[in-house]
Design a protein around this ligand. Structure first.
Ligand code: C2E
Ligand code: CA
Ligand code: CA
Length: 802
């Protein structure tokens, strides 16, 4: 190829000439070479060495060798390299040179060449190549197959996808088949039918003129796929044809149709009402459930009825406004519960709606869609639960929480200077009623008394039940005098006998009264104050009422402190036992000893059992304390002579504990003290106040050989009944009778008790004998045993030797 032709191809390249004179060594550059080297065109041309220096070393060597060869043979030398310009930039160049023919026979003395800048030419080539590559990749990766058919039916472009879709093998493609050859191949290999072959030949080869500009048809391939074939005529004859595999789209269409049918079934058969409505809430579609919910037979009836202006739709306007506002703001409303009409029948029902806004592409709300469930039953259940949460199930009265709310409301509504009273009361000995007459009777009694007190209070006030036999009354506007009168009326109401199962039951009550504002400013304070007053009323002998006084709070605090100290007393080993003898009346000899508990408080010194046993019972601390007493007393008594008995006081609370028998057995076993020498004393009052049905336990105790004594006999209530029921072995006649023996009536009572005990085969002990005279009287009356200070103070265990 001539230099010029080469240059012609590279029309975009810049080039310059150079010459070299072999004899002078002078180099001549054309201005383009100066520019390529980055030299100033006015400076003298450099030497050959300098001109070569811009080339990389390997190219320099190549050039030197080439130049030397060309001087000899005149052959052409061509070296491509990247030169470094003076400014540090690089250019891709092609250097071509050749020694000029000599003048006559002499040697070659001049050499000319060109320096061609191919940097840009290369970029241009690369770009073309890239674009071709890009087109090829695009064609090959297009989901559509594409082929171009020239007017002469040759196929210059055929994408890889076509070969896949038409199942044309590589080897066949390499033969660069024409369009008729492709058709024919398909027919021969059975991928198209003869009919398709013929119609294609007619349409695209013979009658191409008649074909519309764009012609589209779909056909099934032999392997069951759907191909869309689109033929577009080209302006200069020939056509472009694309093949699109529509199998997936077909499947998707079928799936969409199936899903639509499914949704329609869901819509129609759903038991939940479903609708589509205008942005103002007027229904456009309603499913069968919603139609029925509104009392209609068909969707058409419902939709016709709701556009009738005479028949107004949905809900209370304020609720509808709220519903639409939330839809506009949040786009979604869930579980919106409201009371509506059944559209046709005007019957009121509750519904729960969930709705969402439907927007167009511009974001405007164009419709509302939603679901409706009838929630009447749920609403009623919720109302019932709400009522239950605020009322007592047994009496239907407000409960503590509700009462506190009512007190708060009354306090808030109270006008300047006005008063208000909160009364708390509980029934005295209600537990005994429950235990003796049974819980159903107890419940009936509570209901009767609740109704009675509620009638007394009227609509102004509130009666509440806090639980058990504890009630509260709120009397708005009641000052001191009215509150006192109300407390009295409550007591009277409770005392009046209630006819129950053929018998009349009358009880007492204790009432605590707190007055606002003096006793408290909020419900909690007032209820607390009334509770403190109630506690004092009970401690003050029951069946009475008390106003709250600030000093009471201090008492309650002292009691709480006592409780704390009592909890610590066992651990700190502050308890001890002392023993009071039981004397046989006729001989004056000790036959046993009663263990009496002593508590030595670290700060307050000795505290009497009267002060702490009650607290121990209420706090159930009596359990562990009583267990300690049993263990200690049995251990002490095991060292006594064989005929001396041990008497231990036990509380009914302690007996009712499930652990009691195990603790008792453990005390006996650990000490080795025989059960037949043990007496357990139970007070009458504790029996009545606490779990009373100890008869089976007493039977089991007796089976072990343990005997039981009814303590403080005569101080309790229905004593004779207890005697019969529990079959105690011993009764201990209370100290108060012994002290009053000089009185005729008391003496008569004691005589008849001793007589009765004798007849029932029960042994008697008289407590609190302090004088010779008392002892003499008891001896004459036939009391078997006595106890009391007359025989000296209690002693410690170690001093008992027989
Ligand atoms: P209680 O079982 O009736 O015990 C007799 C109480 O009367 C004892 O009071 C005793 O010191 C006192 N006493 C004895 N003789 C006379 C007398 O001639 N004149 C006077 N004025 N009093 C006399 P204490 O020890 O203060 O006990 C009081 C109550 O505490 C006991 O009454 C008993 O019910 C209870 N208690 C004492 N120790 C225990 C115990 O270990 N467990 C239980 N559950 N209760 C106990
Ligand atoms: Ca006793
Ligand atoms: Ca007693």
């Amino acid at each position: 190829m001539s230099l010029e032709a080469d240059i012609g191809i590279r029309a975009l390249a810049r080039f310059g000439h150079f010459r070299l004179d072999r004899t002078t060594g002078a180099v001549h550059w054309s201005p383009e070479v100066y520019e390529l080297y980055g030299f100033d065109p006015f400076e003298p041309a450099p030497s050959l060495a300098m001109a070569l220096a811009a080339f990389p070393e390997r190219a320099q060597a190549e050039l030197r060798r080439g130049i030397a060869r060309s001087w000899e043979t005149g052959e052409e030398v061509s070296v491509a390299a990247s030169i470094t310009r003076r400014d540090g930039g690089r250019r891709d160049v092609l250097a071509r040179l050749r020694a000029d023919p000599p003048d006559g026979d002499g040697p070659r003395t001049t050499l000319s060449g060109i320096l061609l800048d191919v940097s840009e030419a290369r970029t241009f080539d690369e770009r073309l190549e890239r674009e071709r590559e890009l087109l090829r990749t695009t064609l090959d990766h297009m989901d559509q197959g594409l082929l171009v058919v020239e007017p002469d039916m040759s196929v210059p472009v055929l994408s890889r996808r076509v070969t896949e879709l038409l199942r044309l093998p590589e080897a066949f493609i390499e033969t660069r088949p024409s369009f008729p050859e492709i058709l024919n191949y398909q027919y021969e290999t059975g991928t198209i039918s003869l009919e398709t072959l013929n119609s294609s030949i007619n349409a695209y080869i013979l009658d191409l003129e008649d074909l519309p500009e764009v012609h589209v048809y779909e056909r099934e391939t032999f392997d069951g796929r759907t191909l869309e074939v689109r033929t577009t005529k080209l302006p200069d004859g020939g056509f472009v044809r694309t093949f699109t595999d529509q199998t997936a789209r077909r499947r998707r269409d079928a799936e969409i149709a199936r899903a639509q049918a499914e949704y329609r079934r869901l819509f129609e058969n759903s038991v939940v009402g479903i609708y589509r409505a205008t942005p103002e809430g007027r229904p456009l579609r309603a499913n069968a459930a919603l139609v029925r919910m509104n009392g209609y037979d068909s969707e058409a009836d419902l939709l016709a009825a709701v556009v009738d202006p005479a028949a107004e739709w949905s809900v209370d306007p304020a609720r509808l406004e709220e519903f639409l506002r939330r839809l506009r703001d949040d786009g979604l409303v869930t579980d919106f519960v409201s009371e509506v009409y059944r559209h046709k029948t005007r019957e009121r029902i509750w519904v729960s709606e969930t709705a969402w806004a439907v927007h167009d592409d511009a974001g405007a709300m164009v419709a509302i869609e939603g679901t409706v469930i009838e929630a009447t039953a749920r609403k009623h259940a919720e109302d019932r639960i709400a009522h239950m949460a605020r009322h007592d199930a047994l009496t239907g009265l407000p409960n503590r929480q509700h009462f506190a709310d009512r007190v708060a409301a009354a306090l808030a509504a109270r006008s300047e200077g006005a008063e208000l009273a909160v009364l708390l009361f509980d029934l005295d000995r209600f537990k005994a009623v429950n235990d003796t007459l049974g819980h159903p009777t107890g419940d009936a009694l509570l209901r009767a008394l609740a109704a009675r007190v509620a009638g007394l209070i009227g609509d102004e006030g509130v009666v509440a039940r806090f639980g058990g036999d504890e009630f509260a009354v709120l009397a708005p506007g009641a000052g001191t005098a009215q509150a006192a009168a109300l407390a009295e009326r409550i007591l009277e109401a409770v005392r009046a006998p209630v006819p129950l199962e053929g018998r009349e039951v009358g009880l007492g009550a204790s009432v605590g009264v707190a007055r606002a504002p003096r006793d408290g400013a909020d419900p909690t304070e007032l209820i607390k104050a009334a509770d403190v007053a109630l506690y004092r009323a009970k401690a003050g002998g029951r069946d009475g009422w008390r106003f709250f006084e600030p000093a009471m709070a201090a008492e309650v605090e002292a009691r709480q402190r006592l409780e704390l100290d009592l909890r610590a007393a066992l651990e700190r080993n502050e308890f001890a036992l002392t023993y009071q003898p039981v004397i046989r009346t006729v001989t004056g000899v000790s036959v046993g000893y009663e263990a009496l508990l002593r508590w030595s408080h670290p700060e307050r010194g000795p505290i009497a059992p009267e002060e702490f046993i009650g607290v121990a019972e209420e706090t159930r601390l009596i359990g562990p304390i009583g267990a300690w007493v049993l263990a200690r007393a049995c251990a002490d008594a095991s060292a006594w002579p064989g005929d001396i008995c041990l008497w231990v006081n036990v509380s009914a609370v302690q007996l009712a504990r499930p652990e009691f028998e195990a603790e008792l057995d453990a005390a006996l076993e650990a000490s080795g003290f025989p059960a037949r020498r043990l007496f357990l004393e139970i007070t009458e009052t504790s029996l009545m106040e606490h779990k009373a049905d100890l008869a089976p336990l007493i039977v089991r105790l007796r089976a072990r050989g343990i005997r039981t004594a009814l303590d403080d006999f005569g101080t309790g209530y229905s004593s004779l009944g207890y005697l019969r029921r529990f079959t105690f072995d011993v009764i201990k006649i209370d100290r108060s009778f012994v002290q009053d023996l000089a009185q005729f009536e008391t003496a008569a009572i004691v005589m008849s008790v001793l007589d009765l005990a004798r007849r029932l085969g029960i042994v008697t002990v008289a407590e609190g004998v302090e004088t010779e005279a008392q002892l003499a009287a008891l001896r004459v009356a036939g009391c078997s045993f006595v106890q009391g200070h007359f025989f000296g103070p209690p002693v410690d265990a170690a001093s008992i030797r027989g």
